[in-house]
Ligand binder design. Structure first.
Ligand code: AMP
Ligand code: MG
Length: 482
């Protein structure tokens, strides 16, 4: 019975400076919890004729598919601003699977046991955080935002020790690669130019073949990664996503969202929103995400300095000028994205003020970010908050500006519906689904995942998933899940 795996591993052929060869640790009693059949199909994989027990053996690492060459990847990272040598401490890359169209995807286990990069960690993961990554990464994908995907979650049948004893689990993650800013930082820290060149060529081959024969590869790469990261953070801002740990080891060179830890979606609009329990100073708060992206790109640029120009001073100047331009690129993209959210065509000099006035109103009145845009595009939600004089005044200005659209109302709504989700993974619904799944009841998580697959469509009977969390005096907090 063939599943359709087609491994063609290139990263494992790089020198041992880049990785460690290691097998996932076998687990006691694997049980399949979730399988992403749609994603499997897109990867030209077919598990329909394989029984659940065997699928669990595969996605736990007890039964490795043919052609895998398992490794843990080396990387470093600035964690909350502090540089550390890291690496896959609880992840193992099975290899690179090629689809029928020759698209290359990393297949990685998360929670598969210790590696030489584990430091004090146990190399394991708990069920809750792995299911959380599954829910949120798939939701981000359906929101049309670049991201790693989730193929399966299995329970290991073993306990992991955290503050409490938790059920162990392994997530199978699919990514266009796991190259990170931190991968470059790791190699740059060893000051081996040959390896740095290898990494650049490898990255360009895999993600940016259009600059393969460029004479200014390092600079072009920096430019392209900046473009991707800039677009990514604009998308996060659009849907109110807060990544939570934007350390440089969690920034993918491909421009995909990666490493779902304490991430969550903003409900009430507040630019300072932080959910992560470890982010004490709000370094990764909603509104800090763009400047932090720029900061992370500057760390990426530093790695490339030796290869931008022979003269270090010139190199620094070129890279600095490029990174300094981030703000301009971001602001323009952001403004256009906000115009889309409001269904505004063309440009008017008062657009920025109109947008900021809405943000100020939302913040002052503590209204829900997602639902405000639902209200504007006529999606039925509880709309008491919008029967407010200040809002009506703003709304009149918005309608006046919409009159300059040179387009129909239908076209305006069409644009808004493509840009504004009617449903996001609400924190309380995610928690509810995870609590039930931990008890072995998968009904809620499956329903949540199904609803989140279609955030821009017309769905009936999902009011419960659209409503903000019931008022509570307990602040929602997320944890790293390590
Ligand atoms: P993360 O917070 O998932 O981005 O991980 C940061 C670093 O800590 C990475 O190098 C991980 O591999 C490592 N790490 C996280 N959890 C564990 C764990 N349970 N055991 C070993 N290493 C871990
Ligand atoms: Mg990480």
């Amino acid at each position: 019975m063939t599943i359709g795996w087609h491994f063609d591993n290139t990263y494992s052929k790089l020198s041992n400076k880049f990785k460690e060869e290691i097998k996932p640790m076998p687990v006691h009693d694997p049980e399949l919890i979730i399988m992403n059949n749609e994603l499997a199909k897109n990867l030209n994989l077919d598990f329909s004729k394989i029984d659940k027990k065997k699928i669990a053996e595969i996605f736990s690492g007890n039964l490795l598919p043919e052609g895998t060459n398992t490794i843990a990847q080396a990387y470093a990272g600035h964690q909350f601003g502090h540089f550390t040598m890291l690496g896959d401490g609880r992840a193992v890359l099975l290899g690179e699977h090629l689809t029928n169209k020759n698209n290359r995807f990393d297949i990685q286990f998360k929670g598969s046991g210790r590696t030489s990069f584990s430091r004090d960690g146990d190399g394991r993961a708990a069920l809750g955080p792995m299911l959380r990554e599954y829910i949120i990464s798939e939701a981000i994908h359906s929101l049309n935002i670049p991201t790693t995907r989730s193929l399966a979650v299995v329970k290991t049948g073993e306990k992991v020790v955290r503050e409490n004893l938790l059920q162990g689990a392994i997530l199978t993650r699919v990514a266009s690669s796991h190259l990170r800013v931190g991968t470059f930082q790791y190699i740059a820290a060893t000051q081996n130019i040959e390896n740095l060149n290898t990494l650049i060529d490898y990255t360009i081959d895999r993600h940016y073949p259009e600059i393969k024969s460029s004479k200014t590869k390092a600079l072009d790469l920096l430019n392209l990664v900046m473009e991707k990261q800039c677009q990514l953070v604009v998308d996060w801002m659009r849907v109110g996503f807060i990544h939570g740990v934007m350390n440089t080891d969690n920034v993918a060179i491909s421009g995909e969202t990666i490493d779902y830890g304490p991430c969550a979606f903003m409900d009430q609009y507040n630019p300072k929103t932080v959910f992560s329990s470890i982010d004490k100073f709000g370094r990764y708060a909603y509104t800090n995400q763009p400047p932090i992206t720029k900061w992370n790109l500057a760390r990426f640029a530093e790695c490339l300095i030796p290869l931008i120009d022979k003269n270090e001073e010139t190199s620094v100047k070129i890279a600095t000028d490029l990174i300094d331009n981030f703000q301009n690129i971001y602001e323009e993209k952001w403004l256009n994205m906000m115009r889309d959210k409001l269904g505004l065509f063309g440009e008017d000099i008062s657009d920025k003020k109109l947008i900021n006035d809405l943000f100020n109103w939302m913040e002052k009145n503590k209204v829900d970010y997602t639902n405000t845009f639902c209200h504007l595009m006529g999606v039925k939600i509880n709309d008491n908050e919008y029967k407010n004089d200040n809002f009506l005044e703003w709304s009149n200005k918005w309608k006046k500006r919409s009159g300059l659209n040179n387009s129909s109302k239908e076209k305006q709504i069409e644009l808004m519906k493509k840009t504004n989700p009617i449903v996001i993974p609400r924190n309380h619904k995610v928690e509810e689904a995870l609590t039930e799944a931990d008890k072995g009841n998968l009904e809620k998580i499956n329903k949540l995942i199904a609803i989140l697959k279609n955030p821009y469509g017309d769905q009936k009977g999902i009011e419960e998933y659209q409503a903000p969390a019931p008022i509570s005096n307990k602040k929602y907090q997320t944890f790293c899940g390590t």
